[in-house]
Design a protein around this ligand. Structure first.
Ligand code: PHE
Length: 339
């Protein structure tokens, strides 16, 4: 019997498994009702009294060994299960999907950077404006059509509160609160009561520029705009100024840049003219300087304003402005990686 117990003990000690099923089978084999341990106890009854003490001790040792083994195997098995649920740190990392900048933001940042290089700092103003900042301060006559409900989104009437139709309103704020020399750009969102089409939207973005100091001339304006066009569209870009009218600048002009698509030879983007209109500009009207408390005797200045969407359309050869407002992820993803 002693040999039998020893061989069971060997079996118990050498058994190993992490499978819960195998561990359970092991338990039943030794500790089950008809298990080996019970059959040893049955046999034990027939053991002569002189051997009872030693054999009893051996059976106890075996019993303890079985119980310890089962405990040990069970704890190892749950540990290995927990481990298999843990993240495998040796696996290659999955890339987190990153968004991309909107083309309007990309172009706005580029415009800001270009003007930063020549000393223009950035200022911002509110999107909801009153009549003074939007029209009267900017020398708009009372009967000007831009004051009409047809062109401007009004929030309140008398006194008039409206969504700004251009960023030129920030000119007034900056001139009222600061002293020349002033050299700033004002990026921002503007609103016009217009039908939405492939070429225009009722919400869009502008960047306004303002430079006021002693002896600022039209030549300074022209040089600034040539610099901008070359930085934005390439060193071969040419600009052309056409006389125009704005109530707040005198003289006023509109600037065309040579078509970036056909290099001036004519294509459907430039409507076969070779030129693309990108901004309005001019010398700040002396009335505007006086309206804001800056002496028009001592100071002169220039201003310009451009639409960001328009430049984005040209730069990326997008044919419909509406796509810039749809936020279709397939469109936006094409700009990933661009700063
Ligand atoms: N505010 C004008 C517009 O929205 C652009 C402009 C700005 C023209 C500054 C001249 C000077 O069309």
């Amino acid at each position: 019997m002693i040999d039998q117990i020893k061989s069971y003990l060997n079996e118990v000690q050498s058994f190993h498994s992490t499978s819960p099923q195998e561990i359970e089978n092991f338990r039943i084999r030794f500790l089950g009702k008809k298990g080996l341990l019970n059959s040893l106890f049955v046999e034990f009854k027939n053991v002569p009294n002189t051997e009872k003490k030693e054999i009893g001790q051996q059976i106890n040792t075996l019993k303890n060994a079985i119980n310890e083994k089962i405990q040990e195997l069970k704890s190892q098995s749950t540990e290995s299960q927990q481990n298999s649920n843990k993240t495998d740190l040796t696996l290659p990392a999955e890339n987190e999907p990153v968004g991309s900048r909107h083309p309007v933001s990309i172009v706005r940042n580029q415009i800001c950077e270009i003007f930063n290089k020549i000393g223009f700092t950035i200022a911002e103003g509110p999107e909801i404006e009153n009549d003074w900042h939007l029209f009267s301060g900017l020398n708009f006559p009372p009967e000007h059509p831009a004051r009409d409900m047809q062109d401007t989104f009004f929030i309140e009437k008398n006194p008039d509160i409206m969504l700004r139709t251009h960023t030129s309103s920030v000119q007034i704020r900056v001139m009222q609160s600061g002293k020349p020399p002033l050299r700033q750009i004002f990026p921002g969102r503007v609103f016009r009561n217009e039908a939405i089409s492939a070429r225009s939207h009722c919400i869009f973005h502008q960047v306004e520029g303002l430079y006021i100091d002693e002896n600022v001339s039209f030549a300074d304006l022209k040089q600034t705009l040539v610099f901008f066009a070359r930085e934005m569209f390439g060193m071969d870009s040419k600009i052309r100024l056409r006389p125009s009218y704005f109530p707040f600048t005198e003289p006023s002009a509109e600037m065309d840049v040579s078509c970036t698509i056909c290099n001036g030879t004519g294509c459907n983007i430039c409507k076969y003219t070779g030129w693309l209109e990108i901004l309005g500009c001019g010398m700040v009207d002396p009335n505007v300087l006086d309206n804001t408390g800056i002496s028009s005797e001592q100071y002169t200045g220039f201003a310009f304003g451009m639409g960001i969407e328009r430049i984005a359309l040209l730069k990326y050869q997008i044919k419909d402005i509406r796509i810039l407002f749809e936020n279709d992820i397939r469109f936006l993803h094409q700009f990933s990686g661009t700063i």
